[in-house]
Ligand binder design. Structure first.
Ligand code: AHG
Ligand code: MN
Ligand code: MN
Length: 357
């Protein structure tokens, strides 16, 4: 019989290769995997139980209904608030940083997460996901502070995502390659199914919400025409796929090759940065894709080099095959001078403003 590798075993083996590791990070990753199993249980039941209503409504038993994203947020928080491994959390579903309750000890790591990515897909039984990243505490004192969260993706210690699809998959990296595990519901374990994922050299898909095309800067529109090989009868066009759930789309790119992007747009000059959030979505995925041999950019440079200036900062996002992402950067540089100027002014925080508020 072939050797079956559970996620626990895999994390442990990886840790053994790094004798300085204390085991805290490994246990933190177990906690996240366990939270993911609980969320997976709820997402697969979502069509059956009365969980799809909006938060604040009451179900027939008089209990408060929770939206799945609220449920996922609470599950991850509760699995991690008392373990002594974290000094702070931050979630897309919470406005401020989330301290560890006073009654519990603080640890040396920081957890940031998007509890349920693509949550609008729950209404149509489409894929949803969780994204997470772990940083080391960098500020003095026991309790974590905002600066512990506002760290560039380059300094991430571990990151990953869990896709709740036809099967549940957890994909993670501690900086030693990217590894994918599939949840076997009959034994309740994540089993190694995709060791050492590398983004394929031949790009297969491009992925974006093309409904927004008219709002995009000219360079991004030119990039799409280039992907479609409009002016080149010899080069083959690249097929398009878009699910409305970032992780599902990036997962496809990771396994099959290509590029995902959610660019900045020109609708509101005060908001030239698009939709996706640097801390909870872009930086963790940029870390993973870099580990798989790919690249992520905000159109001007590497996402991993961006030090967030605010907790819920949004950025334009291009991720996947390095050649394609760099091609997008070239089109932007060539055609979008005005947009680049507007975006550059907010990229590192508004000048004169209390940037870290
Ligand atoms: P979330 O559900 O965490 O708010 O994220 C939704 C994001 C992302 O998953 C997806 O790629 C994007 O929103 C889709 O946006 P559009 O509907 O504008 O295409
Ligand atoms: Mn999201
Ligand atoms: Mn979300």
């Amino acid at each position: 019989m072939e050797r079956i590798l559970t996620i626990e075993r895999h994390i442990l083996d990886t840790q053994r290769e790094h004798p300085l590791a204390t085991g805290v990070l490994s246990r933190l990753l177990y906690d996240i995997a366990l939270a993911a199993k609980i969320i997976a249980r709820e997402t697969t039941r979502a069509g059956l139980v009365n969980i799809l209503g909006s938060a604040g409504q009451t179900n027939v038993q008089g209990e408060e209904q929770q939206k799945l994203d609220v449920f996922a947020h609470r599950t991850i928080f509760r699995m991690n608030d008392h373990t002594g491994r974290l000094c702070l959390m931050a979630s897309e579903e919470h406005e401020d940083i989330i301290p560890i309750p006073d009654k519990y000890p603080c640890g040396k790591y920081v957890l940031v997460f998007d509890p349920l990515d693509g949550s609008s897909n729950t209404d149509v039984n489409g894929n949803v996901a969780t994204i997470f990243a772990i940083h080391r505490k960098i500020t003095p004192g026991d309790q974590g502070q905002l600066d512990d969260v506002l760290q560039p993706g380059r300094d991430i210690v571990a990151a990953g995502y869990v896709v709740y699809g036809p099967s549940t998959m957890l994909v993670y990296s501690t900086g030693h390659g990217v590894h994918g595990f599939t949840l076997d519901p009959s034994v309740g374990e994540f089993l190694l199914s995709h060791p050492d994922i590398r983004i394929p050299a031949k790009p297969k898909y491009y992925s974006c919400n093309q409904g927004n095309e008219r709002y995009w800067p000219a360079g991004v529109r030119r990039f799409v025409e280039w992907l479609q090989a409009k002016d080149d009868p010899v080069r083959k066009p690249i097929d398009a796929r878009y699910s409305g759930a970032l992780v599902a789309d990036v997962h496809r790119i990771l396994l099959q090759g290509g590029v995902f992007f959610y660019p900045g747009d020109l609708r509101d000059p005060a908001k030239p940065y698009g939709k996706l959030r640097l801390i909870y979505e872009c930086a963790p995925l940029a870390f993973l894709v870099a580990q798989a041999g790919g690249y992520a950019s905000d159109g001007l440079g590497s996402v991993l080099d961006l030090a967030p200036h605010t907790l819920h900062q949004r950025i334009p996002f291009f991720i996947g095959d390095r050649t394609l992402v760099e091609q997008a950067e070239r089109f932007i540089q060539e055609h979008d001078g005005e947009w680049v100027q507007t975006y550059s002014a907010v990229r590192h925080g508004a000048p004169g403003a209390a940037a870290r508020a």
